[in-house]
Design a protein around this ligand. Structure first.
Ligand code: NAP
Length: 289
């Protein structure tokens, strides 16, 4: 038996429970804003009828209602022109009742997603995707943090994990998850390695990691033999297994026998992402108060 191998399975970092705690705080802040005559408002724009987007949008609107925020869902047919979408965003930028604007991605192919993101006022960029928000994160200035990496950091904080000097390996380098995740870990003085599809010998890197964040979108990218005993494993991935059930990038059953902490899918990062969207929207409204 490997003497360093934990004798009990990993502690689960429960994203549903942590979200519930954070959403109580969101509700309190919403009430305080309402007492001052401000109802935090989120506009969610959906173009087309991508089934996954429909679910995400529905969950976001419901989360707003549950926490007392005002939300507007604007739905458009898939043939909406880019010009018309940009005009709508311009109107929402100027709407004083709207503190956060979110355009659900992906948008149809004839619309330039970057143009759409850049059209959102950075002051209302509660998804944290605008180039100004990304730049602020890069140089350590205040700005909206992308919700998924922000939620992952809250999960690490919830277990009191001190990142200083620790080795964090982020698998994935997308603009919305991998790269901002790496920046946030770096801000906390972790030593960060970013892996991607061209990384050679991923296992050699993950085996050195005190923290692994998997944000790939492929099942079983991280298996038990790739994890250092006691490491913290954050699973961002959202995939379907062979039975069609939601699963992450991590071989959960195997890895939880080795890791010290692990986030489940479902019930891990997913709920946290929506919670941080609410937090960003509240923060935006508070800046207007
Ligand atoms: P993405 O834009 O497709 O990026 C995936 C990244 O994984 C890319 O950087 C890619 O490398 C890398 N990659 C692909 N195959 C790999 C491999 N075999 N080994 C190492 N790296 C590999 O995806 P994303 O938007 O970041 O999302 C990632 C996953 O998280 C998806 O499953 C998505 O559904 C999920 N997600 C979940 C939430 C949530 O709230 N739970 C939020 C957002 C995303 P290259 O850059 O070299 O192509």
């Amino acid at each position: 038996m490997n003497p360093t191998r934990p004798t009990s399975p990993a502690t689960i970092i429960d994203g549903i429970a942590l979200s519930a705690t954070l959403r109580e705080e969101v509700s309190r802040r919403t009430l305080a804003l309402k007492a001052r005559g401000i109802t935090p408002g989120l506009a969610v724009v959906l173009v087309g009828n991508n089934p996954a987007s429909e679910v995400y949008v529905r969950n976001k609107v419901k989360a707003c209602a549950d926490s007392g925020l005002h939300s507007v869902l604007e739905r458009y047919d898939a043939d909406l022109t880019e010009e018309a979408l940009l005009a709508r965003i311009d109107a929402l930028n100027r709407d004083p009742n709207i503190h956060g604007i979110l355009v659900q991605l992906p948008v149809p192919a004839h619309i330039d997603a970057n143009k759409v993101i850049e059209a959102i006022s950075p002051a209302k960029d509660v998804d944290g995707f605008h180039i100004a928000s990304a730049g602020a994160l890069m140089v350590g200035q205040p700005g909206f943090l992308p919700c998924t990496p922000y939620g992952c950091m809250k999960m690490l904080d919830s277990i009191g994990f001190d990142l200083r000097g620790k080795h964090a390996v982020v698998i994935g380098r997308s603009n919305i998850v991998g790269k901002p995740m790496a920046m946030l870990l770096l801000q906390r003085s972790a030593t960060v390695t970013i892996c991607h599809s061209a990384t050679q010998d991923l296992k050699a890197l993950t085996l050195q990691a005190d923290v692994v964040v998997a944000a790939v979108g492929k099942r079983n990218v991280l298996t038990a033999d790739m994890v250092k005993p006691g490491a913290v494993v954050i699973d961002v991935g959202m995939n379907r297994n062979l039975e069609g059930k939601l699963c992450g990038d991590v071989d959960y059953e195997g890895v939880r026998q080795v890791a010290g902490f692990i986030t489940p899918v479902p019930g891990g990062v997913g709920p946290m992402t929506i919670t941080m969207l609410l937090v960003n929207t509240i923060e935006s409204a508070e800046r207007c108060a």
